[in-house]
Design a protein around this ligand. Structure first.
Ligand SMILES: *Cc1c(COP(=O)(O)O)cnc(C)c1O
Length: 405
C-alpha cells in the first residue's frame, strides 16, 4: 500500500485563519457525529480482504486518523499543501534534513539558531558529512556570501530568533535560496502561522515545535512540517518535497502518537485568541521594561528601537509573546529570574502561563563558548495570557530585587 495521506473532505483553503484552525481536517465523525476527532488509540486497522484498506489506514506509524486531522489542520493553518506531525520539533527537523541532504552538502544556519537545531546540524549531521556556516540572517548579503552554489541545499531561517529576537526578511532570503536551487526552511515556532505565513513569503517548508504556541498549554511535546504547494527537492535530487518527507516520516517513524496529536489539535483551535492576548501583554510589558531604570536594553520586534522593526512589521501581523532584556550584570539577571512569583522560572515557552529564564545558564548553556553564545545579563520572558497588571507588578518587584543584587 502507498503512504499517501488519507483524503479529507472539505476544502477550507478560502476560509479565515481561525475557521481553518478549528475546522480543517476536523469533520464531525461520520459514524457518531462526534464534533471533536476521536483519539484513535489503535496500532492497526482491519482490512476488508487483503489490501482492502478503509480510508487508506493500514498501520499507525504510516497514518492514524487523529494524526491525519492534526496534519490537515496544520497544513491549512500555514496555507501549505501537506502537513506532517512528529514526536517533537527536533524529530520533525531530523526527518526533514534526512529527506533533503546527502553527504557533502552544506547548510546555512542562523548564528542564533535554537540551540537544539544547531546541535542537530553540527553534531548529528556533521559526522555524516554535512557542513554548515552560521550567519547573521538579518543581513541578506551575509547569507548570500555564505551560500555555496550547488553545495548549499538548505537555508535555515528562524524569525524571530531565540533568544535575541533577531528578524530575517523571509522573501529576500527566499530569493537567494531559490537562485541556487536550495530550500528555504522557516522555523515558525515563535511567530506561529497566525502571525506569520512563511510559505506565502516564499519558503518551501515550515518547521514547528508544536510544543510551544501551537500546543499552547505546556502539556505536550510535538513537532510538525508543512510543505508548500509545488515545493520540490533541492538541486541534485528529483521529485516533490512532500513525497520525500512522507517517505521519511514513515521510514524513520518519529511520528506523533494519537494522544499527543489530539492535545496539539485542541491547542491549535484557540491559537488566534491566545496569540492576540500574548501580543497585547507582551507589548505592554516591553513598554514597561523600556521605561525601567534597572533595565539596560529591551529586545522586542514590536518596539521601534528594534533594528529590524520594519521588516517584522512587513511580514508579521503581530509581534508575538517573547521578550528579552538585559540588566547590566549576570548577578542582577539571575536575581530577577529567582524573584518572580507569577512568571515561573522554567525553560520552554509559548504556553498560557508566563515563564522567565536565564538563557546563558539555561536554554543556551549548550552553546556557551561557540558563535551562538548569548550575553550573561540577558533575561528571556515568555509572556503568558494572565492579567497584564499582575505580570507588571511581578516584574516591578523582581527588578527591585535585581537592582539590589
Ligand atoms: C523548542 C524549539 C525547537 C525544538 O522543538 P522540540 O519540540 O523541543 O523538539 C525548535 N525550534 C524552536 C524555535 C524551538 O523553540
Amino acid at each position: 500500500m502507498t503512504n499517501d495521506a488519507p483524503p479529507h473532505e472539505d476544502d477550507w483553503t478560502t476560509a479565515g485563519f481561525s475557521t481553518r484552525a478549528i475546522h480543517a481536517g476536523q469533520e464531525p465523525d461520520p459514524l457518531t457525529g462526534a464534533v471533536v476527532p476521536p483519539i484513535y488509540a489503535t496500532s492497526t486497522y482491519k482490512q476488508d480482504g487483503v489490501g482492502g484498506l478503509r480510508g487508506g489506514y493500514e498501520y499507525s506509524r504510516s497514518a492514524n486518523p487523529t494524526r491525519t486531522a492534526l496534519e490537515s489542520a496544520l497544513a491549512a493553518a500555514e496555507g501549505g499543501a501537506a502537513g506532517f506531525a512528529f514526536a517533537s520539533g527536533l524529530a520533525a527537523e531530523d526527518t526533514l534534513l534526512r529527506a533533503v541532504l546527502r553527504p557533502g552538502d552544506h547548510v546555512v544556519v542562523p548564528n542564533d539558531a535554537y540551540g537544539g537545531t544547531y546541535r542537530l546540524i553540527a553534531r548529528v549531521f556533521g559526522p555524516w558529512g554535512i557542513d554548515h556556516t552560521a550567519v547573521d540572517l538579518s543581513d541578506p548579503d551575509a547569507v548570500l556570501a555564505a551560500i555555496e552554489p550547488g553545495r548549499t541545499k538548505v537555508v535555515w531561517v528562524e524569525t524571530p530568533t531565540n533568544p535575541l529576537l533577531g528578524i530575517a526578511d523571509i522573501s529576500a532570503l527566499s530569493a537567494h535560496a531559490r537562485s541556487v536551487g536550495a530550500l528555504l526552511v522557516v522555523d515558525n515556532t515563535f511567530a506561529t502561522p497566525y502571525l506569520q505565513q512563511p510559505l506565502a513569503l516564499g519558503a518551501d517548508v515550515v518547521v514547528h515545535s508544536t510544543t510551544k504556541y501551537v500546543g499552547g498549554h505546556s502539556d505536550v511535546v510535538g513537532g510538525a512540517l508543512v510543505v508548500g504547494d509545488g515545493a520540490m527537492l533541492p538541486v541534485g535530487l528529483e521529485g516533490p518535497l512532500a513525497d520525500a518527507v512522507r517517505f521519511h516520516q514513515n521510514a524513520s517513524g518519529a511520528v506523533a502518537g494519537p494522544f499527543d496529536a489530539w492535545l496539539t489539535l485542541r491547542g491549535l483551535k484557540t491559537l488566534a485568541v491566545r496569540m492576540d492576548r500574548h501580543c497585547a501583554n507582551a507589548a505592554a510589558i516591553a513598554d514597561f521594561l523600556e521605561g525601567h531604570d534597572a533595565v539596560t536594553s529591551v529586545i522586542y520586534p514590536g518596539l521601534a528601537t528594534h533594528p529590524d522593526h520594519e521588516v517584522a512589521a512587513k511580514q508579521m501581523s503581530g509581534f508575538g509573546g517573547m521578550i528579552s532584556f538585559r540588566t547590566g550584570s549576570e548577578a542582577s539577571a539571575l536575581a530577577v529570574c529567582a524573584a518572580t512569583r507569577v512568571f515561573t522560572l522554567a525553560e520552554s515557552l509559548g504556553g498560557v502561563e508566563s515563564l522567565i529564564e536565564h538563557p546563558h545558564k539555561m536554554t543556551h548553556g549548550s552553546v556557551a563558548g561557540t558563535d551562538l553564545e548569548v550575553p550573561d545579563d540577558l533575561v528571556r520572558l515568555s509572556v503568558g495570557i494572565e492579567d497584564v497588571a499582575d505580570l507588571i507588578a511581578d516584574l516591578t518587584a523582581a527588578l527591585a530585587v535585581g537592582r539590589a543584587a
